[in-house]
Ligand binder design. Structure first.
Ligand code: ATP
Ligand code: MG
Length: 367
């Protein structure tokens, strides 16, 4: 890495440099920061000696009132929080790359990004990075489905300066996306902080019914953001974790239960409604766990199923990458469709399966 990080981040170059990891994309070396260090965001990348800042962490409020009014001192833009994976797209030295949250240049996502009308955008705004959520049923990382997305698709939620990380104001960013035909996350309007609570509450109820994730509220200048999520996603997250109960940390599970508890206090108007939430959450936790234990007892594999489609070499690279990382894949379908390779695979939850087998065999536990 030639680039002087000291000049960009105002920290000692060598101190920061030692935390970067080296990787390659199609033979080209790049460096990324797997964990936040010296105030520099996780996922910060140096590629072709260009620095692309990691995407910052967004705080969450557990209560809308007074969480929202306390956090914002001006108009609040409400946008949908989509449930996929975080992607940054930048162009360096003529090449467009897509980075995952941790700074990995993802071959699958990079191919997808190159099919978007991004070249015109980068011709005019070479130093910007497009930040968005990659959603849809056909992707290697997440499993949430959206009715309106058939395969895999990007929804832009931020346009930043790649090196300083400075965001564009919300309205400018939306206009810019529009003018370059770049698809953006859904929006639900702009409100004064005092009115925002009622608006978010109504939006959340509607999103909850549609089993969508939640909202991200943003200040007009794009510099402050706050997230809040639906009961539907708390349950979906729990169901997703409890069908492989030993593959998730306990913090993950505890956080979802707590989010729901605060929301119930704020949203559930009667004891009946609170009880209904309790029942729904119990089912979301227990039913998937029961099903998985049964599956293991029957000798069936457990884990997450994904389908990916794309250029055959890219699909191969993606599968190899997962295997290098030690993921155990079970391929159930593999075929070609108009020159694209389509593969359906299970990311086998080995840790959970082994533990469940152990306990089904009568293994004891010290608790
Ligand atoms: P962190 O806590 O570090 O932000 P996380 O992955 O746990 O990490 P999430 O709870 O998923 O974070 O919430 C933040 C993420 O939400 C963002 O990183 C982004 O990928 C995603 N996101 C989806 N829609 C939006 C949106 N409209 N605005 C901003 N971020 C969004
Ligand atoms: Mg997310």
């Amino acid at each position: 890495m030639e680039r002087d990080l000291g000049a960009v981040f105002d920290v000692d170059h060598d101190d920061l440099r030692e935390h970067f990891e080296r990787d390659t994309y199609r033979g080209r070396a790049y460096h990324y920061l797997p964990d936040a260090r010296h105030g520099v965001e996780r996922g910060t990348v140096v590629v072709d000696d260009v620095v692309v800042r990691g995407f910052p962490s967004i705080p969450r409020t557990l209560v809308l009132d007074p969480g929202v009014a306390d956090f914002f001192d001006g108009p609040v833009a409400i946008e949908e929080k989509l449930n996929g994976y975080n992607v940054r797209i930048a162009r360096t030295d003529g090449d467009v790359y897509a980075f995952t949250r941790s700074g990995y240049i993802c071959p699958f996502t990079t191919d997808l990004a190159r099919e978007l009308p991004v070249e015109d955008f980068f011709d005019d705004h070479p130093e910007r990075v497009l930040c968005g959520e990659l959603i849809g049923p056909e992707n290697p990382y997440t499993t949430h489905d959206y009715d309106e997305v058939e395969t895999a698709a990007l929804r832009v939620f931020d346009v930043r300066h790649r090196e300083s990380g400075d965001p564009l104001p919300v309205a400018d960013r939306r206009e810019l996306c529009d003018s370059y035909d770049l698809p953006a996350v859904p929006e639900f309007g702009v409100y004064d902080p005092d009115d925002a609570v009622a608006a978010v509450r109504e939006t959340i109820s509607d999103l909850d019914e549609r089993e969508r994730e939640g909202v991200v509220m943003k200040s007009a200048d794009g510099r402050r953001a706050l997230k809040y999520t639906t009961s539907a996603i708390h349950r979906a997250d729990l169901a997703h974790a409890f069908d492989k109960p030993y593959d998730y940390g306990r913090d993950f599970l505890f956080a979802r239960i707590i989010r729901e508890a605060y929301q119930a206090v704020e949203f559930a108007d009667s004891d009946g409604e609170a009880r209904e939430r309790a029942r729904d959450m119990g089912e979301a936790i227990l039913l998937p766990a029961i099903e998985s234990i049964r599956d293991v007892r029957e000798g069936e594999p457990i884990g997450d199923e994904h389908t990916i489609r794309g250029d055959p070499a890219t699909i191969e690279a993606q599968l190899n990458r997962f295997r290098e990382y030690g993921l155990h894949l079970e391929i159930s379908e593999d075929y070609y469709d108009e020159g694209e390779r389509v593969v359906t695979f299970l990311k086998v939850a080995d840790a959970s399966r082994d533990k469940i087998e152990h306990f089904l065999d009568g293994g004891t536990i010290d608790e």
